[in-house]
Write a protein that binds this ligand. Sequence first.
Ligand SMILES: [Fe+2]
Length: 436
Amino acid sequence: HHPAHAANAFYTSGFDEALCISIDAYGSGMTNVVAVGRRGKPIEVLHRTPYPHSFGAYYEQLTSALGYAPNRHEGKILGLAAYGDPELLMDVVRARLDERAGEVGLRGTLNAFFPRLLSLRFTKQDIAAAYQGAMERAVSEVVKYWVNKTGIHNIVLSGGVCANVKLNQRIFETEGVQKIFVHPGMGDGGLCTGAAFLLEEAQGMEPYVMENAFLGPEYPESEMRAAIERADLPYERFDEVEEKIADLAVSNEVVARYNGRMEYGPRALGNRTVLYRAADPSVNRWLNQQLGRTEFMPFAPATMFEQRHQNYKNIDGAEYTAQFMTITFDCTDKMIEENPAAVHVDGTARPQLVTRTSNPSFYKTLDAVNRRCGVATLINTSYNMHEEPIVCSPDDAVRAFTEGRIGVLAMGPYLAWLPEKGRPAALDNAESVPSA
Ligand SMILES: [Fe+2]
Protein backbone atom coordinates (compact mmCIF):
# COMPACT_ATOMS: atom_id res chain seq x y z
CA HIS A 1 0.00 0.00 0.00
CA HIS A 2 2.54 2.61 1.12
CA PRO A 3 5.25 1.71 -1.42
CA ALA A 4 2.57 2.28 -4.09
CA HIS A 5 1.74 5.71 -2.59
CA ALA A 6 5.45 6.56 -2.44
CA ALA A 7 6.08 5.40 -6.01
CA ASN A 8 3.15 7.43 -7.28
CA ALA A 9 4.50 10.60 -5.73
CA PHE A 10 8.19 10.04 -6.50
CA TYR A 11 7.99 8.86 -10.12
CA THR A 12 5.71 11.76 -11.09
CA SER A 13 7.73 14.38 -9.18
CA GLY A 14 10.55 14.80 -11.69
CA PHE A 15 12.97 15.00 -8.71
CA ASP A 16 16.30 13.15 -8.79
CA GLU A 17 16.01 12.54 -5.08
CA ALA A 18 13.16 12.98 -2.61
CA LEU A 19 11.84 12.06 0.79
CA CYS A 20 8.62 10.18 0.09
CA ILE A 21 6.15 10.61 2.92
CA SER A 22 2.74 8.97 2.96
CA ILE A 23 0.23 10.13 5.55
CA ASP A 24 -2.81 7.94 5.53
CA ALA A 25 -5.74 6.54 7.49
CA TYR A 26 -4.69 2.91 7.07
CA GLY A 27 -2.98 0.70 4.54
CA SER A 28 -1.50 -2.81 4.98
CA GLY A 29 -1.32 -2.28 8.74
CA MET A 30 0.56 1.02 8.42
CA THR A 31 -0.49 4.66 8.57
CA ASN A 32 2.58 6.77 7.81
CA VAL A 33 5.66 5.66 5.92
CA VAL A 34 8.87 7.57 5.25
CA ALA A 35 10.95 6.45 2.28
CA VAL A 36 13.70 7.74 0.02
CA GLY A 37 13.43 7.84 -3.75
CA ARG A 38 16.57 8.24 -5.84
CA ARG A 39 16.83 8.27 -9.62
CA GLY A 40 18.00 4.86 -10.83
CA LYS A 41 17.43 3.08 -7.51
CA PRO A 42 14.44 1.31 -5.97
CA ILE A 43 12.52 3.25 -3.35
CA GLU A 44 13.94 2.53 0.10
CA VAL A 45 11.63 2.53 3.13
CA LEU A 46 13.19 4.17 6.19
CA HIS A 47 10.38 4.14 8.70
CA ARG A 48 6.88 2.77 9.18
CA THR A 49 4.24 3.86 11.70
CA PRO A 50 1.71 1.12 12.48
CA TYR A 51 -2.03 1.47 12.95
CA PRO A 52 -3.72 2.83 15.12
CA HIS A 53 -1.41 5.87 15.05
CA SER A 54 -3.43 7.34 12.22
CA PHE A 55 -3.95 10.99 11.31
CA GLY A 56 -6.68 9.76 9.00
CA ALA A 57 -8.57 8.26 11.95
CA TYR A 58 -7.82 11.39 14.02
CA TYR A 59 -9.44 13.59 11.38
CA GLU A 60 -12.34 11.20 10.76
CA GLN A 61 -13.24 11.20 14.46
CA LEU A 62 -13.07 14.98 14.53
CA THR A 63 -15.31 15.20 11.46
CA SER A 64 -17.87 12.88 12.99
CA ALA A 65 -17.76 14.62 16.40
CA LEU A 66 -18.54 17.96 14.75
CA GLY A 67 -21.62 16.52 13.07
CA TYR A 68 -20.31 15.73 9.58
CA ALA A 69 -19.85 12.51 7.62
CA PRO A 70 -16.48 10.89 8.36
CA ASN A 71 -14.35 9.77 5.43
CA ARG A 72 -16.23 12.26 3.26
CA HIS A 73 -16.50 15.74 4.77
CA GLU A 74 -12.94 16.21 6.05
CA GLY A 75 -12.48 19.06 3.54
CA LYS A 76 -15.37 20.96 5.14
CA ILE A 77 -13.71 20.64 8.56
CA LEU A 78 -10.46 21.96 7.13
CA GLY A 79 -12.37 24.95 5.75
CA LEU A 80 -14.10 25.45 9.11
CA ALA A 81 -10.78 25.39 11.00
CA ALA A 82 -9.71 28.72 9.49
CA TYR A 83 -12.58 30.45 11.33
CA GLY A 84 -11.39 29.27 14.76
CA ASP A 85 -8.65 30.23 17.19
CA PRO A 86 -6.12 27.37 17.02
CA GLU A 87 -4.41 28.37 20.26
CA LEU A 88 -7.49 28.06 22.48
CA LEU A 89 -7.42 24.25 22.61
CA MET A 90 -4.02 23.60 21.07
CA ASP A 91 -2.34 22.49 24.30
CA VAL A 92 -5.24 20.20 25.15
CA VAL A 93 -4.99 18.39 21.82
CA ARG A 94 -1.20 18.41 21.65
CA ALA A 95 -0.97 16.87 25.12
CA ARG A 96 -2.71 13.80 23.70
CA LEU A 97 -0.16 13.42 20.89
CA ASP A 98 2.94 11.43 21.66
CA GLU A 99 5.53 13.30 19.58
CA ARG A 100 8.65 11.17 19.28
CA ALA A 101 11.74 11.48 17.11
CA GLY A 102 10.55 11.01 13.52
CA GLU A 103 6.98 9.92 14.25
CA VAL A 104 3.83 10.73 16.20
CA GLY A 105 1.97 8.38 18.52
CA LEU A 106 -1.77 8.96 18.23
CA ARG A 107 -3.28 6.41 20.59
CA GLY A 108 -4.10 9.14 23.11
CA THR A 109 -6.19 11.07 20.57
CA LEU A 110 -8.23 8.12 19.38
CA ASN A 111 -11.15 8.57 21.69
CA ALA A 112 -14.17 9.58 19.66
CA PHE A 113 -15.85 10.97 22.75
CA PHE A 114 -13.14 13.51 23.44
CA PRO A 115 -13.92 15.96 20.60
CA ARG A 116 -17.62 15.39 21.34
CA LEU A 117 -17.00 16.41 24.94
CA LEU A 118 -15.12 19.49 23.75
CA SER A 119 -18.05 20.40 21.49
CA LEU A 120 -20.30 20.79 24.55
CA ARG A 121 -18.23 23.77 25.67
CA PHE A 122 -16.36 25.10 22.65
CA THR A 123 -17.29 26.11 19.13
CA LYS A 124 -16.82 23.76 16.20
CA GLN A 125 -14.51 26.34 14.67
CA ASP A 126 -12.13 26.40 17.65
CA ILE A 127 -12.08 22.60 17.95
CA ALA A 128 -11.38 22.15 14.25
CA ALA A 129 -8.67 24.82 14.40
CA ALA A 130 -6.93 23.10 17.32
CA TYR A 131 -6.99 19.64 15.71
CA GLN A 132 -5.79 21.02 12.39
CA GLY A 133 -3.10 23.15 14.04
CA ALA A 134 -1.86 20.34 16.28
CA MET A 135 -1.58 18.01 13.29
CA GLU A 136 0.29 20.64 11.26
CA ARG A 137 2.82 21.22 14.03
CA ALA A 138 3.37 17.54 14.77
CA VAL A 139 3.77 16.55 11.10
CA SER A 140 6.05 19.50 10.49
CA GLU A 141 8.33 18.24 13.31
CA VAL A 142 8.38 14.77 11.75
CA VAL A 143 9.33 16.23 8.37
CA LYS A 144 12.07 18.35 9.95
CA TYR A 145 13.48 15.25 11.65
CA TRP A 146 13.73 13.26 8.41
CA VAL A 147 15.08 16.19 6.40
CA ASN A 148 17.86 16.61 8.96
CA LYS A 149 18.57 12.91 9.18
CA THR A 150 18.78 12.31 5.42
CA GLY A 151 19.94 15.70 4.17
CA ILE A 152 17.23 15.49 1.48
CA HIS A 153 15.33 18.72 0.90
CA ASN A 154 12.70 17.66 -1.66
CA ILE A 155 9.47 16.23 -0.26
CA VAL A 156 6.90 14.19 -2.16
CA LEU A 157 3.59 13.46 -0.48
CA SER A 158 0.75 11.00 -0.91
CA GLY A 159 -1.88 9.22 1.18
CA GLY A 160 -5.41 10.42 1.86
CA VAL A 161 -4.40 12.87 4.61
CA CYS A 162 -2.36 14.78 2.00
CA ALA A 163 -5.64 15.93 0.47
CA ASN A 164 -5.32 18.41 3.38
CA VAL A 165 -4.00 21.36 1.38
CA LYS A 166 -3.20 23.43 4.47
CA LEU A 167 -1.14 20.62 6.00
CA ASN A 168 0.79 20.47 2.73
CA GLN A 169 1.49 24.21 2.94
CA ARG A 170 2.88 23.77 6.47
CA ILE A 171 5.06 20.87 5.32
CA PHE A 172 6.41 23.02 2.47
CA GLU A 173 7.13 25.85 4.94
CA THR A 174 9.03 23.53 7.29
CA GLU A 175 12.64 24.51 7.89
CA GLY A 176 14.93 22.72 5.44
CA VAL A 177 12.26 21.88 2.85
CA GLN A 178 13.07 23.35 -0.55
CA LYS A 179 10.71 21.72 -3.04
CA ILE A 180 7.46 19.84 -2.70
CA PHE A 181 5.27 17.71 -4.91
CA VAL A 182 1.91 16.32 -3.80
CA HIS A 183 0.71 13.63 -6.18
CA PRO A 184 -2.69 14.65 -7.65
CA GLY A 185 -4.18 11.20 -7.01
CA MET A 186 -2.98 11.22 -3.40
CA GLY A 187 -5.77 8.99 -2.08
CA ASP A 188 -6.21 5.28 -2.59
CA GLY A 189 -7.66 5.96 -6.03
CA GLY A 190 -4.04 6.53 -7.03
CA LEU A 191 -2.72 3.19 -5.79
CA CYS A 192 -3.21 1.50 -9.15
CA THR A 193 -0.76 3.80 -10.91
CA GLY A 194 1.60 3.58 -7.93
CA ALA A 195 1.59 -0.22 -8.17
CA ALA A 196 2.31 0.01 -11.90
CA PHE A 197 5.27 2.31 -11.21
CA LEU A 198 6.62 -0.23 -8.72
CA LEU A 199 6.52 -2.90 -11.42
CA GLU A 200 8.30 -0.55 -13.82
CA GLU A 201 10.85 0.31 -11.15
CA ALA A 202 12.41 -3.12 -11.62
CA GLN A 203 12.88 -2.25 -15.33
CA GLY A 204 14.52 1.09 -14.51
CA MET A 205 11.59 3.50 -14.14
CA GLU A 206 12.82 7.11 -14.05
CA PRO A 207 11.02 10.03 -12.34
CA TYR A 208 9.24 12.24 -14.85
CA VAL A 209 7.14 15.40 -14.81
CA MET A 210 3.42 14.98 -15.44
CA GLU A 211 2.52 17.41 -18.19
CA ASN A 212 -1.09 17.37 -17.01
CA ALA A 213 -3.63 15.18 -15.20
CA PHE A 214 -5.94 14.66 -18.20
CA LEU A 215 -5.77 10.87 -18.26
CA GLY A 216 -9.51 10.15 -18.23
CA PRO A 217 -12.05 9.47 -20.98
CA GLU A 218 -12.71 11.84 -23.86
CA TYR A 219 -15.79 12.04 -26.13
CA PRO A 220 -16.03 13.17 -29.75
CA GLU A 221 -17.70 16.42 -30.72
CA SER A 222 -20.60 14.49 -32.28
CA GLU A 223 -21.50 12.97 -28.90
CA MET A 224 -21.37 16.36 -27.20
CA ARG A 225 -23.71 17.80 -29.79
CA ALA A 226 -26.04 14.79 -29.52
CA ALA A 227 -26.24 15.14 -25.72
CA ILE A 228 -27.13 18.83 -26.02
CA GLU A 229 -29.79 18.05 -28.63
CA ARG A 230 -31.28 15.20 -26.57
CA ALA A 231 -31.88 17.72 -23.77
CA ASP A 232 -33.47 20.22 -26.21
CA LEU A 233 -31.03 22.95 -25.24
CA PRO A 234 -30.51 25.82 -27.67
CA TYR A 235 -26.85 26.01 -28.75
CA GLU A 236 -24.33 27.52 -31.11
CA ARG A 237 -20.87 26.39 -32.22
CA PHE A 238 -17.84 28.71 -32.01
CA ASP A 239 -14.34 28.20 -33.43
CA GLU A 240 -12.91 30.51 -30.76
CA VAL A 241 -15.10 29.35 -27.91
CA GLU A 242 -12.55 30.53 -25.31
CA GLU A 243 -13.13 34.15 -26.39
CA LYS A 244 -16.87 33.64 -25.84
CA ILE A 245 -16.33 32.02 -22.44
CA ALA A 246 -14.27 35.07 -21.49
CA ASP A 247 -17.06 37.40 -22.67
CA LEU A 248 -19.51 35.45 -20.53
CA ALA A 249 -17.20 35.39 -17.51
CA VAL A 250 -16.58 39.13 -17.50
CA SER A 251 -20.37 39.64 -17.79
CA ASN A 252 -20.71 37.66 -14.54
CA GLU A 253 -22.15 34.51 -16.09
CA VAL A 254 -21.45 31.11 -14.53
CA VAL A 255 -19.92 28.84 -17.17
CA ALA A 256 -19.98 25.04 -16.90
CA ARG A 257 -16.92 24.01 -18.90
CA TYR A 258 -16.68 20.52 -20.35
CA ASN A 259 -13.75 19.83 -22.64
CA GLY A 260 -11.30 17.11 -23.67
CA ARG A 261 -10.17 14.31 -21.40
CA MET A 262 -11.39 14.03 -17.84
CA GLU A 263 -9.07 14.76 -14.92
CA TYR A 264 -7.25 12.03 -12.98
CA GLY A 265 -7.54 12.49 -9.20
CA PRO A 266 -10.09 14.32 -7.07
CA ARG A 267 -9.74 17.84 -8.51
CA ALA A 268 -11.40 19.42 -11.52
CA LEU A 269 -8.61 21.15 -13.45
CA GLY A 270 -10.42 22.94 -16.24
CA ASN A 271 -11.96 20.12 -18.27
CA ARG A 272 -14.90 19.31 -15.95
CA THR A 273 -15.09 22.65 -14.21
CA VAL A 274 -17.52 25.40 -13.26
CA LEU A 275 -16.04 28.86 -13.86
CA TYR A 276 -16.93 32.26 -12.49
CA ARG A 277 -15.21 35.56 -11.76
CA ALA A 278 -13.56 35.74 -8.34
CA ALA A 279 -14.42 39.40 -7.75
CA ASP A 280 -17.59 38.92 -5.69
CA PRO A 281 -17.25 36.85 -2.49
CA SER A 282 -21.01 36.26 -2.28
CA VAL A 283 -20.61 33.66 -5.06
CA ASN A 284 -19.44 31.21 -2.38
CA ARG A 285 -22.90 31.33 -0.86
CA TRP A 286 -25.23 31.37 -3.85
CA LEU A 287 -23.31 29.12 -6.22
CA ASN A 288 -22.73 26.47 -3.54
CA GLN A 289 -26.43 26.60 -2.79
CA GLN A 290 -27.24 26.17 -6.46
CA LEU A 291 -24.86 23.20 -6.69
CA GLY A 292 -26.33 21.69 -3.51
CA ARG A 293 -23.14 22.01 -1.45
CA THR A 294 -22.10 23.38 1.91
CA GLU A 295 -18.47 24.45 2.08
CA PHE A 296 -16.50 26.60 4.50
CA MET A 297 -13.51 26.93 2.22
CA PRO A 298 -14.04 29.31 -0.67
CA PHE A 299 -13.86 28.21 -4.28
CA ALA A 300 -10.36 27.71 -5.58
CA PRO A 301 -8.78 30.05 -8.11
CA ALA A 302 -7.26 29.07 -11.45
CA THR A 303 -4.52 31.49 -12.43
CA MET A 304 -2.27 31.85 -15.48
CA PHE A 305 1.11 30.34 -14.54
CA GLU A 306 2.99 33.53 -15.42
CA GLN A 307 1.06 35.50 -12.79
CA ARG A 308 1.89 33.19 -9.88
CA HIS A 309 4.26 35.58 -8.10
CA GLN A 310 1.83 38.48 -8.36
CA ASN A 311 -0.90 36.50 -6.61
CA TYR A 312 0.73 33.97 -4.27
CA LYS A 313 3.58 34.23 -1.77
CA ASN A 314 6.43 31.74 -1.35
CA ILE A 315 5.48 29.69 -4.38
CA ASP A 316 8.97 28.89 -5.73
CA GLY A 317 9.61 25.18 -5.25
CA ALA A 318 5.89 24.38 -5.28
CA GLU A 319 4.90 25.77 -8.68
CA TYR A 320 4.71 22.31 -10.22
CA THR A 321 2.41 20.81 -7.58
CA ALA A 322 0.32 24.00 -7.72
CA GLN A 323 -0.73 22.95 -11.24
CA PHE A 324 -2.79 20.24 -9.55
CA MET A 325 -4.42 22.29 -6.78
CA THR A 326 -2.86 20.21 -4.01
CA ILE A 327 -1.47 22.95 -1.74
CA THR A 328 -2.45 26.35 -0.33
CA PHE A 329 -0.40 29.53 -0.34
CA ASP A 330 -0.63 32.85 1.45
CA CYS A 331 -2.07 35.40 -0.96
CA THR A 332 -0.64 38.77 -1.94
CA ASP A 333 -2.57 42.00 -1.36
CA LYS A 334 -3.21 42.17 -5.11
CA MET A 335 -4.84 38.72 -5.05
CA ILE A 336 -6.98 39.60 -2.01
CA GLU A 337 -8.09 42.83 -3.64
CA GLU A 338 -8.84 41.47 -7.12
CA ASN A 339 -10.08 37.97 -6.32
CA PRO A 340 -11.59 38.08 -2.81
CA ALA A 341 -14.02 35.26 -3.62
CA ALA A 342 -11.13 32.79 -3.89
CA VAL A 343 -9.27 33.81 -0.72
CA HIS A 344 -10.08 32.14 2.60
CA VAL A 345 -10.52 34.07 5.88
CA ASP A 346 -6.94 33.15 6.81
CA GLY A 347 -5.64 34.83 3.65
CA THR A 348 -4.79 31.59 1.81
CA ALA A 349 -5.95 30.08 -1.47
CA ARG A 350 -5.37 26.73 -3.17
CA PRO A 351 -4.70 27.68 -6.74
CA GLN A 352 -4.45 25.77 -9.95
CA LEU A 353 -1.65 27.32 -11.97
CA VAL A 354 -2.50 26.87 -15.64
CA THR A 355 0.32 26.66 -18.15
CA ARG A 356 0.02 27.16 -21.90
CA THR A 357 0.83 23.49 -22.55
CA SER A 358 -0.94 21.75 -19.64
CA ASN A 359 -4.41 22.84 -20.75
CA PRO A 360 -4.28 25.01 -23.90
CA SER A 361 -8.02 25.76 -23.96
CA PHE A 362 -8.17 26.74 -20.27
CA TYR A 363 -5.05 28.86 -20.69
CA LYS A 364 -6.58 30.62 -23.69
CA THR A 365 -9.71 31.31 -21.63
CA LEU A 366 -7.74 32.87 -18.77
CA ASP A 367 -5.67 34.86 -21.24
CA ALA A 368 -8.85 36.15 -22.90
CA VAL A 369 -10.28 37.12 -19.49
CA ASN A 370 -7.02 38.88 -18.67
CA ARG A 371 -7.18 40.87 -21.94
CA ARG A 372 -10.70 42.01 -21.08
CA CYS A 373 -10.38 42.94 -17.41
CA GLY A 374 -6.69 42.72 -16.44
CA VAL A 375 -7.21 39.75 -14.09
CA ALA A 376 -5.85 36.33 -15.09
CA THR A 377 -7.80 34.38 -12.47
CA LEU A 378 -11.19 32.65 -12.39
CA ILE A 379 -12.88 30.54 -9.79
CA ASN A 380 -12.66 26.86 -10.72
CA THR A 381 -14.94 24.45 -8.90
CA SER A 382 -15.69 20.87 -9.80
CA TYR A 383 -18.50 20.23 -12.25
CA ASN A 384 -20.85 17.98 -10.30
CA MET A 385 -24.04 18.13 -8.31
CA HIS A 386 -24.40 17.59 -4.57
CA GLU A 387 -22.23 14.68 -3.33
CA GLU A 388 -22.02 13.19 -6.84
CA PRO A 389 -18.73 12.43 -8.59
CA ILE A 390 -17.45 14.90 -11.16
CA VAL A 391 -19.30 14.55 -14.48
CA CYS A 392 -17.66 12.24 -17.01
CA SER A 393 -19.77 11.86 -20.17
CA PRO A 394 -21.54 14.59 -22.17
CA ASP A 395 -24.88 13.26 -20.87
CA ASP A 396 -23.65 13.58 -17.26
CA ALA A 397 -22.63 17.14 -18.01
CA VAL A 398 -25.96 18.10 -19.56
CA ARG A 399 -27.88 16.56 -16.66
CA ALA A 400 -25.83 18.40 -14.00
CA PHE A 401 -26.17 21.61 -16.05
CA THR A 402 -29.96 21.44 -16.28
CA GLU A 403 -30.41 20.27 -12.66
CA GLY A 404 -28.05 22.91 -11.28
CA ARG A 405 -29.49 25.59 -13.59
CA ILE A 406 -25.95 26.79 -14.14
CA GLY A 407 -25.64 29.86 -16.40
CA VAL A 408 -24.13 28.64 -19.67
CA LEU A 409 -22.79 25.27 -20.77
CA ALA A 410 -19.51 25.41 -22.72
CA MET A 411 -19.07 21.90 -24.07
CA GLY A 412 -16.16 21.52 -26.49
CA PRO A 413 -16.81 24.20 -29.15
CA TYR A 414 -20.53 24.47 -28.27
CA LEU A 415 -22.24 26.98 -26.06
CA ALA A 416 -25.69 25.94 -24.82
CA TRP A 417 -28.11 27.66 -22.48
CA LEU A 418 -31.36 27.02 -20.67
CA PRO A 419 -34.32 27.82 -22.96
CA GLU A 420 -36.12 29.85 -20.27
CA LYS A 421 -33.04 32.04 -19.70
CA GLY A 422 -32.58 32.80 -23.38
CA ARG A 423 -29.46 33.47 -25.41
CA PRO A 424 -26.86 35.28 -23.26
CA ALA A 425 -26.45 38.87 -24.39
CA ALA A 426 -22.67 38.65 -23.83
CA LEU A 427 -22.39 36.40 -26.89
CA ASP A 428 -22.84 39.47 -29.08
CA ASN A 429 -19.96 41.33 -27.40
CA ALA A 430 -16.90 40.28 -29.30
CA GLU A 431 -15.48 39.74 -32.75
CA SER A 432 -15.87 36.00 -33.11
CA VAL A 433 -18.95 34.76 -34.96
CA PRO A 434 -20.75 31.41 -34.93
CA SER A 435 -19.22 28.87 -37.29
CA ALA A 436 -21.05 26.45 -39.51
FE1 LIG B 1 -3.76 4.90 1.34
